[in-house]
Write a protein that binds this ligand. Sequence first.
Ligand SMILES: Cc1cc2nc3c(=O)[nH]c(=O)nc-3n(C[C@H](O)[C@H](O)[C@H](O)COP(=O)(O)OP(=O)(O)OC[C@H]3O[C@@H](n4cnc5c(N)ncnc54)[C@H](O)[C@@H]3O)c2cc1C
Length: 323
Amino acid sequence: MSVIIFAESSEGKFKKAVYEAVGYGKKLASQMGAQAIAVCASDVLPDEAELASLGQYGADKVVSVKLDAPRPAAMGDALAQVATAENAQVVIISNNYTGKSVSPVVAVKLKASVASGVVSMADTSNGFRVRKSVFSGKAFADVDMTSAVKVLAITPNSFSIEAGGSAAAVSSFAYAAGGNAYKVERVAIDQVKGKIPLTEAELVVSGGRGMKGPENWGMIEELAGLLGAATACSKPVSDMDWRPHEEHVGQTGITIKPNLYIAVGISGAIQHLAGVSSSKVIVAINKDPEAPFFKVADYGIVGDAFEVLPKLIEAAKSLKAAQ
Ligand SMILES: Cc1cc2nc3c(=O)[nH]c(=O)nc-3n(C[C@H](O)[C@H](O)[C@H](O)COP(=O)(O)OP(=O)(O)OC[C@H]3O[C@@H](n4cnc5c(N)ncnc54)[C@H](O)[C@@H]3O)c2cc1C
């Protein structure tokens, strides 16, 4: 019996979400008296030491699967094959960009039920129950999963990372790709380098239409750079091509849960809040004291962004200089 954890890698390195998923998988496996097995299925596999390092976060063993391309369908297929070979009862996947495509594939292949947006440790005391967020984070649903195999897509930044274990044994799995007619073909990958990925970021500085135009984003980027934060934006901003679409947060964009979300010149429409309201601390900067964002913000600054941002940048510089 085992709990399988999808260990997504990018250019041979694991993402933070993997450590959360492995920790979650280990706790659940201990609860169930099962083994926690991390599975890395990728076209560029991490080296042996990186794979083994997942043992420090709770993996009892690590299985690597070499793919010919980084297609979520192939990742899901490979994960399902390892899960079958390891007699898995649960598969844990981070509910991030890749995970959202991988989890349904795994569920179909294993005839498993799937719960996405999971925010609690599974309660296995009487059946198998998990809590997941629903209605764009406005409510929670407690779900009883009754299928033999369960797929849990856990919400990033919802579970702690616990390091301290020792390196895990690593083995490889020969993936049988035959018979899968994938309809998606990778044409190109346009990867942004040297920036903190939004879904992994603990601090986020975000701009809305109140920033007036793309020429003013230097201030958002400078503040983000000084704080070590990622940048984000509201939907109209990305619709107008002021910022790239991958920065769009909200109901129709990415859902994030950073420790700090600074919203500059964003009104706080319900569709925007759907993607950011789970942030631990929210700071809203808006010249309109009636802006809806102030109702959900922990800290509010009523003022003109073009006066407030330079002051914040100066303050961040002084703090950095004093460190
Ligand atoms: C089905 C649907 C899905 C949607 N999904 C999303 C989504 O995923 N994400 C999203 O963001 N939106 C989404 N929207 C759009 C959403 O309803 C809002 O229209 C949008 O969030 C508003 O963006 P904004 O706050 O940047 O712009 P505005 O509503 O124009 O607000 C600009 C704010 O900036 C302030 N401001 C202006 N000048 C300054 C200044 N100099 N200094 C400080 N503050 C200033 C204003 O007071 C105002 O509050 C969706 C809408 C629909 C119908």
